[in-house]
Design a binder for this molecule. Structure first.
Ligand code: C2E
Ligand code: CA
Ligand code: CA
Ligand code: CA
Length: 276
């Protein structure tokens, strides 16, 4: 058996080459998926802890790949689309589809108060986002207050983002800060940005209430939200211990597998029907 540096290098460069071509193949497949309308939205309900009612459903992207039969998750789709610029048409598709579904629920009289849509940092930078959203709302005969945008802290850094947020909030759109606590930006933005809700990242729910560090963070966020008169939602609630703890601490809203997984359209409609 022979071991040479040359072989090792060749092996390395082949696998790097195949990684690059895999990436390109996936990118092409995603581009085609947008054109062929292959994506789907799943919806996960968010509950008010006081009333037990659904206050919103969050749209979550899925791609049932026709060629492999695999369900491709957003952790694969979104970063690739951000890199390639495909996020703009894809993000638009998500907004349109979520609002179209919501407007259907209104006609069926099963609509929850709001539908929440995730907006990626790069998508938020598009100059015409506000105008586009205004048009979509009008086309679907939705009130702006029925749409909530979930933005991560990474979006909030720029001046143009600040202006965009004020314009959106000016229309009456709700803005939630997603994955709150894992970004490292300063908290001062909460004073001057039109934010209505903080979503505590699910990593902080882990080990609650035994994990002292996570407990301290969750309690601090809930009490800060209360002082700033913001809604606070805990995501990734998986068990009754977490639910009891959050209720006792005065958390407003919850979302997680304990209540419901993200559901395909027919199933979320059945759930909305029965919780009406
Ligand atoms: P996110 O916005 O923080 O969404 C919550 C994620 O946690 C979802 O994963 C959801 O399925 C999962 N989850 C919900 N409850 C639980 C729970 O109790 N336990 C656990 N372990 N997980 C739970 P998903 O659908 O894979 O989405 C991952 C991320 O991809 C989202 O995180 C969001 O950042 C992004 N994403 C999803 N859809 C879109 C979209 O349409 N546009 C953009 N820009 N990003 C999206
Ligand atoms: Ca989200
Ligand atoms: Ca989140
Ligand atoms: Ca998250």
């Amino acid at each position: 058996k022979q071991h040479s540096g040359g072989n090792a290098y060749q092996h390395y460069s082949e696998s790097l080459g195949s990684q690059i071509s895999d990436t390109l193949a996936l990118e092409n497949a995603l581009r085609r998926a947008i054109e062929e309308d292959e994506f789907e939205l799943y919806y996960q309900p968010q509950y008010d802890m006081g009333t037990g009612r659904i206050v919103a459903v969050e749209a979550l992207l899925r791609w049932p790949r026709p060629d492999t039969g695999e369900m491709v998750m957003p952790a694969t789709i979104i970063p690739m689309c951000e890199e390639s610029g495909l996020i703009t048409p894809l993000g638009l598709w998500v907004l349109r589809r979520a609002c179209r579904d919501y407007s259907r629920w209104q006609r069926q009289r099963i609509a929850p108060p709001r539908v929440a849509v995730n907006i990626s940092a790069r998508q938020f930078q598009a100059q015409d986002l506000v105008e586009t959203i205004r048009e979509i709302l009008q086309a679907q005969q939705m009130r702006a207050a029925q749409l909530e945008l979930e933005l991560t802290e990474s979006v909030l850094q720029t001046q143009s983002a600040t202006e965009q947020m004020h314009a959106l909030a000016g229309l009456g759109i709700q803005i939630a800060i997603d994955d709150f606590g894992i970004g490292y930006s300063s908290l001062s933005y909460l004073k001057h940005l039109p934010v209505s809700k903080l979503k505590i990242d699910r990593s902080f729910l882990r080990g609650i209430p035994e994990d002292e560090d996570n407990k301290a963070i969750v309690e601090a966020v809930i009490s800060m939200a209360r002082s700033l008169k913001l809604q606070v939602l805990a995501e990734g609630v998986e068990n009754a211990t977490q639910r009891r703890y959050l209720r006792a601490r005065g958390c407003d809203q919850v979302q997680g597998y304990l209540y419901s997984r993200p559901l395909p359209l027919a199933d979320i409609e059945a759930l909305l029907q029965q919780s009406d």
